[in-house]
Write a protein that binds this ligand. Structure first.
Ligand code: ARG
Length: 561
């Protein structure tokens, strides 16, 4: 049931199908003042076509409007103002949520088709930075939302486990490394080596060449190079797994760049067969139309590139999963790269390229500036998560000293705060990293929404709520506001899917929590009268939707905090 769609249907019918449903839908407005109804339909454009006055059209429509969902309709100054039948709508919305529970808001836009989602994809031997957090939490949420609207998501971690940075690390390790230290604190030591390499390379240009040689050795299968690479990779993965566990995120595939090493010749061969590949200054490239620069496939020394691996990965994924859609959740700065990769695939004649979408996002800034691994200016995600958890624990101890399982709740709240801080922003905007902002338990934060959920749970416990289906009659003004919010959840989910934008769900949850808090402070929910059960039913549906909304963002919902 959707109130707006219902009005569209009725109007469509009453206008004898002369106007497209989509046009009607676009024309419907929300009146500025409450006494003008819940939805308004302006009749001025129809007047031109039907050669009648707007007011007479509105009047005619008002007489014909018949639906149990609408109480009345008035024709005012050329507008049809429609008023919901609040009791009926309330009952329908609540029944729907009680019947569907966590399924509320599900749809079948995806028709069970596969959607691969390439996200997180950190670089081996580098720390998991706050920058990668963005891809990780946005991608994870998009996978959950896609599933909700009927896709089968495949979560792929395209690890950056190949590339020239390994040459640099090997050189640095051989010159300044210490095996014992590296085994103890792998990522920290690898980062130090990486930073030291770049400092030294500024003074000594031979180092860059040496690094290239070592990477070439790796590509050629040199024993020592492979051994070091494996070691760096294993140690990094251990650290990444800890982070994914903290975040509660799992992947279906960890096939990273190295996985495609033996699949690239095939790509080059296909490109050659189609005569798409050209020599350019010793390198092999595919020239592209429009204003795109050529896509580099092989360097002059024969080593392959990031783009070549992405081409091989796309072919592999289509063959393995037959995806209908393929998302790449990767920062804005790779816009050109994905344009080039998609353009090459299109030139190769693959129609499935249509379903490939780069979902870019802005940067995580520190004091307004970009964070850079090279200079060691990174905020380490793992440290941030632990800081968040311990701050959450302090807060919980203050607020609710008797709470059992404090550590578990602190983990859910701390991690949830970090995730929410990221997802509440429209992904294309840059966001400033601020531990303080993330952890505010008031305002537009994860803990604020989690707290609303915990409050709902506690009301249900105290009121000894037992589920009961039946007509609902709640007359409070604050309750109606909540009903309208609850009603819009499925639409918000669909829009956040269509725009690949979890922030719409985050904002929705803030607003629902606000309405609920208002209700809580103005109505005595637990008052023992004949309406108590009905008020608690409303609270229960709020709990269901808050829980489901947070789940779609990848955030846990403690029942007490
Ligand atoms: N490892 C890359 C980076 O950190 C991101 C990889 C994104 N996925 C891809 N298929 N290119 O910049």
């Amino acid at each position: 049931m959707n109130l707006r769609n219902e009005l569209v249907d009725v109007l469509h019918h009453n206008l004898s199908g002369e106007f497209d449903k989509e046009i009607i839908n676009r024309m419907i407005e929300k009146p500025k003042f409450e006494n003008m109804g819940d939805l308004a339909f302006p009749c001025f454009e129809l007047a031109k076509v039907l050669r009648k006055s707007p007011q007479s059209i509105a009047l005619e429509l008002s007489k014909q409007l018949q639906s149990p969902l609408f109480e009345k309709a008035e024709a005012i100054n050329g507008y049809l103002n429609v008023f919901y039948n609040k009791d009926y709508v309330t009952t329908i919305v609540i029944q729907q949520i009680l019947n569907q529970k966590g399924q509320y808001g599900c749809s079948n836009l995806g028709d069970h088709k596969v959607m691969t989602i390439d996200f997180s994809s950190p670089n081996i031997a580098k720390p998991f930075s706050m920058g990668h957090l963005r891809s990780t939490v946005i991608g994870n949420s998009l996978a959950l939302i896609a599933e909700k609207v009927g896709y089968r998501p495949i979560r792929i971690n395209h690890l950056g486990d190949w590339g020239t940075q390994f040459g640099k690390l090997m050189v640095a390790y051989k010159l300044w490394g210490n095996q014992e230290l590296l085994t103890k604190q792998p990522i920290k030591q690898l980062l130090n080596l990486y930073v030291k390499f770049h400092e030294e390379a500024e003074k000594d240009c031979k180092l860059e060449n040496l690094a290239r040689e070592w990477f070439k050795k790796l590509e050629d299968g040199d024993q020592e190079a492979i051994h070091l690479w494996k070691w760096f990779r294993d140690e990094s993965l251990k650290e990444f797994s800890r982070i994914y566990e903290l975040l509660g995120i799992e992947f279906d595939s960890y096939c990273g760049e190295a996985f495609y090493n033996n699949k690239m010749d095939h790509v080059v061969q296909l490109l050659e067969e189609q005569k798409l590949i050209e020599q350019s200054e010793g390198a092999q490239v595919v020239k592209l139309e429009e204003d795109l620069p050529p896509c580099l496939i092989k360097k002059s020394d024969g080593t392959t590139l990031y783009a070549t691996r992405d081409l091989a990965a796309a072919l592999y994924r289509q063959e393995t999963y037959q995806f209908a859609k393929s998302l790449y959740v990767v920062g804005n700065e790779q816009n050109l790269h994905f344009k080039q990769v998609f353009a090459v695939l299109e030139k190769m004649g693959y129609t499935w390229t249509e379903g490939m979408i780069h979902v870019p996002f802005g940067m995580m800034l520190k004091d307004g500036k970009k964070m850079s691994t090279r200079k060691g200016k990174v905020v380490l995600l793992e440290e941030v998560l632990y800081d968040a958890i311990s701050l959450a624990l302090e807060e919980i101890k203050k607020k609710n000293p008797a709470l059992l399982l404090k550590d578990k709740v602190a983990r859910e709240v701390g991690v949830g705060a970090v995730i929410f801080h990221d997802l509440k922003n429209f992904r294309k905007n840059d966001i400033d990293f601020s531990l303080e902002d993330m952890l505010k338990f008031e305002g537009e934060t994860g803990p604020y929404v989690q707290y609303a959920h915990a409050r709902a749970s506690s009301l249900l416990r105290k009121g000894e709520y037992e589920e009961e289906h039946g007509a609902i009659c709640i007359k409070d003004k604050e309750a109606w506001n909540i009903i309208i919010h609850l009603h819009s959840f499925p639409v918000v989910v669909q829009k956040s899917y269509q725009e690949y934008d979890p922030s719409q769900i985050a904002k929705y949850l803030i607003n629902l929590s606000k309405s609920f808090n208002k209700y809580y402070s103005s109505v005595r929910i637990l008052e023992n009268d004949h309406l108590k059960q009905q008020r608690l039913t409303l609270v229960y549906t709020i709990k269901i939707v808050l829980n489901e909304g947070l789940r779609l963002l990848g955030i846990q919902t403690p029942n007490e905090m």
